[in-house]
Design a protein around this ligand. Structure first.
Ligand SMILES: Nc1ncnc2c1ncn2[C@@H]1O[C@H](COP(=O)(O)OP(=O)(O)O)[C@@H](O)[C@H]1O
Ligand SMILES: [Mg+2]
Length: 292
């Protein structure tokens, strides 16, 4: 495995994880330069999903999904395993092609057969449970390669953009390291910086903290919280109910390929109306209460 002279294996809990992630005073005037810069550059866009259907063979996975996310809004998508959450996210950036229904991102119908997929995908960043970093590239290279190849940016410009985003996720000191020299939380923050380096107008997160050691979950959620604060439109599949309650403008509960219930986070998580939502939340929030 490649190494660099100054590199040492990353250890969870190192100081760079303790960068302040929220303005200290609670006002935007106190935002860091990175946050001010972020505010100036995010041209957040909305998503409109109408009547979406998707089957794999005879498995009818998405059954007429309607979902709107307004520009700058944060929506958390929750629901049991197999309910279609990942498939829905993958249909939003056409990693899966829906059988019927439409997906519109920023007024641009991505399900139109004539759509330019490259242009559309450029505007939609996605972060996966497994970070999918290139193991043979440094942190900086992981954040520049797609900018070079897809956006045709010069090396100098790509590095400048990458450094801005590595600063945003608190990893400026790590740019010469390789992924296996970082903790899982740090790797996921690199994956977020990489996605942001493509100037997305919308970010999709598919269980971004599910593969992490518990002690590194918080640093990734902190980065996401900060992104939400600076106005990024975010659609987040997560089991982190504390995060959803605090950060999401809205929570959508899916089960069996349909939206069962949606509303403000405090209402859906704190006072769910549907029995299926109540059962799911009881299992997630009180896992030790389940009788076998
Ligand atoms: N590429 C695929 N091929 C066949 N079946 C799939 C594929 N992707 C997902 N599925 C099926 O679709 C259903 C929903 O999966 P998924 O969207 O991953 O759910 P979730 O993310 O909510 O756990 C599952 O039954 C899963 O097996
Ligand atoms: Mg999934």
């Amino acid at each position: 495995m490649s190494t660099t002279p100054e590199s040492t294996p990353g250890t969870p809990g190192t100081p760079e994880q303790q960068v302040p992630v929220r303005p200290q005073t609670g006002t935007d005037a106190a935002a860091s330069p990175a946050e001010a810069e972020a505010k100036a550059t995010f041209e957040a866009t909305g998503v409109d999903v109408v009547g979406l259907n998707k089957s794999f063979g005879d498995n009818h996975v998405l059954r007429g999904i309607d979902l709107q996310v307004a520009p700058g809004e944060v929506v958390c998508l929750i629901g049991p395993s197999g309910s279609g959450k990942s498939t829905l996210l993958r249909c939003v950036n056409l990693l899966e092609v829906p059988d019927s229904g439409t997906v519109t991102v920023g007024g641009f119908e991505v399900t139109d057969p004539d759509v330019d997929l490259d242009t559309m995908r450029r505007h939609v960043g996605m972060v996966f449970q497994q970070f999918n970093l290139f193991p043979h590239l440094t942190v900086l290279e992981n954040c520049t390669i797609a900018q070079r190849k897809v956006l045709n940016r010069s090396q100098a410009e790509a590095e400048q953009v990458a450094r801005t985003n590595l600063e945003r996720v608190g990893l400026s000191e790590m740019e010469t390291r390789y992924p296996d020299q970082l903790s899982g939380g740090q790797q996921q923050r690199v994956a977020i910086a990489r996605a942001l380096s493509m100037d997305p107008q919308l970010m999709l997160f598919d269980e971004p903290t599910s593969a992490l050691d518990p002690e590194t979950v918080g640093e990734v959620l902190s980065v996401m919280r900060r992104l939400a604060k600076v106005g990024m439109t975010m659609l987040v599949v997560t089991h982190e109910m504390g995060f959803a309650r605090e950060v999401a403008d809205r929570v959508v509960f899916m089960d069996g390929g349909v939206v069962v219930e949606e509303g403000p986070a405090a209402q859906v998580i704190g006072d769910p109306q549907q029995e299926r939502t109540q059962d799911f939340l009881a299992r997630v929030l009180h896992p030790t209460d389940i009788d076998l």
